[in-house]
Design a protein around this ligand. Structure first.
Ligand code: HEM
Length: 508
């Protein structure tokens, strides 16, 4: 075969496959060699490995798109820390509190960056948000901004009226629904999510906007459509898989469909944000002081795109995880009348006939236990966006080489049989034992830990407990019969696969 024939055959699909296979195999052998070198250079043992296939590693075993559950199952065989292969990448999976705390605190300097998938790189404008940024100056400055203006305790006091309005409106809508459709089941998520989205707009843009005209899309978008562009579509896009993420040596092969999908998502989101900012600025007379004003005055070093991304981060975080936690908590109570009664009695004892207020929250330990147990069982962020090991390090007594990725399996920690008895069971009473008085945020790992612990925990806990408390104070909840055992989840955050449909009856 001469060179031309060889080149021709390599340009056919079979030839391309051959190149991929040979290229992949050589890389695999190279990897084996490098593996061998580590072992001879360190006294620490290598990580336990979950067996997989040559080239693709463990990818086929992760097909079902619920990696947190597969990882937790593997931990029973391979221990709390092990490594897997996702194509040509090494992924170290952490599944217990001890090893996760070691990664988040002691070894943090070696694991403080992220390697992003192609989708997440575009959707975060290459790390232009606090949560995905590496630990650098941009991170430190923008985290200070978000804490000072929005999420720190003083800023949270300033946002109090917006939260009160959210809870009041939610209650009003439920009363209206139960009056107009007393026999119908309500989709609570739909209603609460739009309310949270409104709260996020007030906090970021100073105004809750009903609709917006977006020049570039030549369309007026309703609140629901804005929610889709800014929140729901992106949650789906962020877990979109480009197979080249697993085989970086194949980056030269185009994957236009994928790229177009993600780019359009990004473009729509940015245009909607631009129009929303313009609209609220024009109506500045009726707008309140907000995060946008703060970023524009304080963050002089920020570009327009960065400002949009920082606003968007708060919008998506506020509109998603609190609804995930609240829906699961109400769902559990709606299928467990005894615990629902117990919570109602606690609220009645503390609040009498007054509506529950934020001041009363610290007197309601059972409500707190319900929230904690819900985020333990359903872990709204089941796996923390992957971290990257930038220098050789040690975890759980094993050698972890630079270049590996780290998956912190929060769901796995929260379902660790060595820590939690019957971890699958939703049992808020486990948080009622004496220790619960300390209100320790880190009882479950749901909010992460160390330097990157969730900065929205205070807001999430307040909103979610106020919503659960008020909804149980005012209504009796019961899930429809087909929902009694409907605990499946979907997506980047652990949303309920099928929205809860519940029958509500106002308490007399
Ligand atoms: C139940 C609700 C929530 C849960 C379970 C949750 C969980 C988490 C977790 C596990 C992390 C750590 C990620 C890491 O280590 O890289 C995190 C970080 C973060 N969360 Fe939350 N979150 C919730 C609600 C919120 C809310 C409402 C906001 C904002 C409005 C928010 C904003 C953030 C931010 C900005 C970070 C990045 C912190 C940093 O990197 O320093 N979260 N969250």
């Amino acid at each position: 075969m001469d060179l031309v024939q060889l080149l021709y055959s390599l340009s056919t699909p079979v030839g391309t496959a051959l190149v991929i296979a040979v290229g992949g195999l050589s890389l695999w052998f190279l990897k084996l060699f490098v593996d061998h070198q580590w072992k001879s250079n360190t006294k620490l043992p290598p990580l336990p490995k979950v067996p997989g296939l040559p080239l693709i590693g463990n990818l086929l075993q992760l097909k079902e798109k619920k990696p947190h559950k597969t990882f937790t199952k593997w931990a029973e065989t391979y221990g709390p820390i092990y490594s897997i292969r996702t194509g040509s990448n090494t992924l170290v999976v952490l599944n217990s509190n001890d090893v996760v705390k070691e990664a988040m605190v002691t070894r943090f300097p070696a694991i403080s960056t992220r390697k992003l998938s192609k989708a997440v790189k575009v959707l975060t404008s290459d790390k232009s948000i606090v949560a995905i940024s590496d630990y650098n100056e941009f991170y430190k400055t923008t985290k200070r901004h978000v804490l000072t203006h929005l999420l720190g305790p003083i800023a949270q006091k300033r946002c109090r009226m917006h939260r009160d309005a959210l809870i009041e409106n939610t209650s009003d809508q439920l009363h209206a629904f139960s009056k107009n459709c007393p026999l119908e089941a309500i989709n609570f998520r739909e209603l609460f999510q739009l309310g949270l989205f409104g709260l996020a707009m007030k906090q970021t843009l100073g105004k809750d906007v009903d609709s917006v005209y977006v020049e570039e899309l030549r369309a007026t978008l309703s609140r629901q459509e804005m929610l889709e562009c800014l929140v729901l579509d992106i949650l789906v896009g962020a877990i979109d898989v480009d197979w080249r993420d697993f085989f970086p040596y194949l980056n030269w092969i185009p994957n236009r469909n994928f790229e177009k999908r993600i780019e359009q998502m990004d473009l729509r989101r940015m245009e909607v944000l631009k129009s929303l900012i313009q609209k609220t600025k024009i109506q500045s007379a009726s707008k309140e002081e907000c995060y946008l004003d703060y970023l524009e005055s304080e963050g002089k070093m920020l570009s327009e795109r960065q400002i949009r991304m920082l606003l968007w981060e708060v919008i998506i975080a506020t509109s998603d995880t609190p609804v995930v936690a609240t829906e699961w908590a109400i769902y559990e109570l709606a299928r467990d009348s005894k615990r629902q009664d117990r919570l109602y009695e606690e609220i009645s004892r503390v609040c009498g006939s007054d509506k529950i207020t934020e001041e009363k929250l610290h007197q309601l330990p059972y409500l707190y236990a319900i929230f904690q147990e819900t985020i333990r069982v359903y872990s709204p962020i089941p796996i923390i966006p992957l971290r990257y090991v930038c220098e050789d390090t040690e975890l759980g007594g094993y050698f972890v080489p630079s270049g590996s990725e780290i998956a912190i399996n929060i769901y796995g920690c929260n379902h660790d049989k060595n820590v939690w008895e019957n971890p699958e069971e939703w049992n808020p009473e486990r948080f009622m034992e004496d220790k619960s008085e300390t209100m320790d945020l880190h009882k479950s790992m749901a909010f992460g830990g160390g330097k990157r612990v969730c900065v929205g925990a205070l807001e999430a806990m307040t909103i979610s407990r106020m919503a659960i408390g008020r909804l149980i104070q005012e209504f009796e909840w019961r899930v429809t019969d087909d929902q009694v055992n409907d605990v499946d989840t979907v997506g980047l955050t652990s949303r309920k696969l099928h929205p809860m449909l519940a029958l509500i009856k106002p308490r007399s």
